[in-house]
Design a protein around this ligand. Structure first.
Ligand code: BYC
Length: 483
């Protein structure tokens, strides 16, 4: 490990550990892109609070043993930078037709278009999520939560920088055009929407934010893990460091939902409510009932499943063969890493029934990654259900069947219940409000979204966290709003 790769150089306008001061061409291109980014941040970044001092962590090194320091920062002054995990000596392409060859330090010409497409898609999601969450600061349930939201937002901004660096450094003129496009598209826009479905949906309230950071950021984790395996070494190194930051985003989601569930259970118990499905009674307590939490979960989980693409995909097979995008934990898998003769079971619609069918493992890579994702999702559900059980309630949150509410892949043209029972259009039309948040549910949740900005205080519908950020005490002022 080269020690110069670990420390971040803060002497240039753009903090980095990639030697930008010796790379005038890329430094100039990035400095040219910077003002557009700042304009975008002002227009589309968090609404309000841009002049507040926020207790944020900033990376100062990419050493896993100590890489971030916390301090008060105004968000527009955050030091967004280019940070790559240290280069591993003698790294090889870990899968596909180039298996075992030295990893590429430059873009392999034959795979240029595919690589650029994947980098652009990854880059597009980062500003999209900031746009989706931009209004949430105004209804934060505490300063602690507000700070976490802003931390997630500035780091998504940095992840955009990470992809823009790759485009500017390795893709010449079309890379620069793509980098500009990343600032031009807008989440939910009719004319220039973001590229993937879930990133054009609204994040209307804080329960959605927690679901998004739990389920959609976890798609990010899986995709980044797959790209971290890439034979294109700069992409691998970028994604490895992004994963370090990403962990906090999923923590925000998992603990956020835990705290909502905890508060609901505590309130139900205190009021002597025995039936958690008695929605009117539970809502009268000013907390979010468990069935509504389940509906939000159904929505965000299924939107996130769509992000894995079709179950059977030649794009995925080509990216793997080319050594560009691998599997989750590729290097820990014990096989030939080429998959030419292997199969993988894929859930498909066969004669109107959901069945597992063996497909060539190469074309089934999206399905495999999605299966890994689902397994990873289950962990949170176990924690949330434990809170419910400990409170003495007979209610379980569950992941819906993968055929439920899909817009991409095998099940996009049918309707199914969360249990995986196929139903016709009319039944779906009548019953979907039982499974997905209705306008009434949205209005109720919106009615709870009253901001709480007193130090150490929390909104009625969420418990305080068990520990503070950076081990700060409960009365710590995470955001100094009056500046
Ligand atoms: N919406 O062969 P197919 C994150 C398109 S999240 C719209 O089925 P493929 C984050 C597809 O583009 C992670 N279009 O799928 C989280 C293709 O179009 P073209 C982001 C979709 O290509 C929270 C066509 O359908 N990173 O980081 O094997 C906050 C057929 O495609 C969708 C990545 O996704 C969709 N859902 O797989 C912040 C990694 N799905 O080219 C950040 C990079 C498919 O025929 N991306 N299509 O016009 C990829 O690896 C793949 O492109 C996908 C799709 C997994 C997205």
């Amino acid at each position: 490990m080269n020690v110069h790769d670990i420390k971040v150089d803060y002497s240039t306008k753009i903090p980095n550990n990639v030697g930008l001061s010796d790379d005038r061409r890329v430094l100039k291109a990035l400095e040219g892109w910077h003002p557009g980014y700042i304009d975008w941040w002002h227009d589309m970044g968090p609404e309000g609070f841009q002049q507040s001092l926020v207790y944020l962590r900033t990376a100062y090194s990419v050493d896993p043993r100590g890489w971030a320091k916390f301090d008060y920062v105004k968000m527009p002054d955050y030091r967004w930078g280019i940070l790559l995990a240290p280069q591993e000596e003698n790294r090889v392409v870990p899968f596909g037709q180039h298996f075992g060859e030295p990893a590429w330090q430059d873009v392999p010409g034959e795979h240029r278009a595919m690589l650029r497409r994947l980098i652009v898609i990854q880059g597009d999601t980062e500003p999209a999520s900031v746009e989706q969450q931009r209004h949430l600061g105004k209804t934060a349930p505490s300063l602690y939560d507000m700070r976490n939201l802003f931390q997630v937002n500035v780091e998504e901004g940095r992840h955009l920088w990470a992809m823009v660096y790759l485009l500017q450094k390795y893709f010449g003129r079309d890379g620069r055009e793509e980098a500009d496009g990343l600032l031009r598209r807008r989440s939910g826009s009719d004319d220039a929407p973001r590229m993937l479905g879930a990133f054009n949906e609204a994040t209307p309230d804080w329960l959605s934010f927690f679901m998004f950071t739990y389920f959609t950021d976890r798609d990010g984790k899986m995709q980044l893990h797959s790209l971290a395996q890439s034979g294109f070494d700069p992409l691998s190194r970028t994604c490895r460091f992004m994963l370090t930051e990403e962990a906090h985003h999923m923590f925000v989601g998992e603990t956020g939902i835990s705290r909502v569930v905890q508060r609901t259970c505590d309130a139900m118990k205190a009021a002597g409510i025995a039936d958690p499905t008695d929605i009117a009674k539970v809502r009268a307590l000013g907390v979010i009932d468990l069935p509504t939490i389940q509906k939000k979960l159904n929505l965000h989980y299924t939107l996130s499943l769509d992000l894995f693409g079709s179950e059977v995909s030649t794009n995925a097979a080509n990216a793997f063969n080319a050594g560009i995008k691998g599997r989750y934990h590729e290097t820990q898998i014990n096989d030939d890493h080429k998959l030419q003769n292997d199969t993988y079971p894929v859930l498909k619609l066969v004669n109107g029934e959901i069945k597992r069918v063996d497909e060539p493992a190469l074309t089934a890579l999206n399905m495999r990654l999605r299966d890994d994702y689902t397994q990873d999702c289950v962990k949170g559900l176990l924690r949330w259900n434990k809170i419910i059980t400990l409170a003495g309630y007979d209610f379980k949150l569950a992941l819906p069947n993968v055929a439920f509410h899909r817009q991409i892949g095998e099940f996009k043209s049918i309707h199914a219940t969360p249990d995986g029972l196929l139903i016709d259009d009319a039944t779906w039309g009548k019953r979907k409000g039982e499974w997905l948040p209705s306008t009434d549910d949205g209005d109720f949740i919106a009615s709870l979204m009253q901001p709480v900005t007193e130090i150490g205080e929390f909104a009625s519908w969420i418990s305080p966290p068990k520990v503070g950020i950076d081990n700060k005490p409960g009365d710590f002022e995470y955001v100094k709003i009056e500046t």
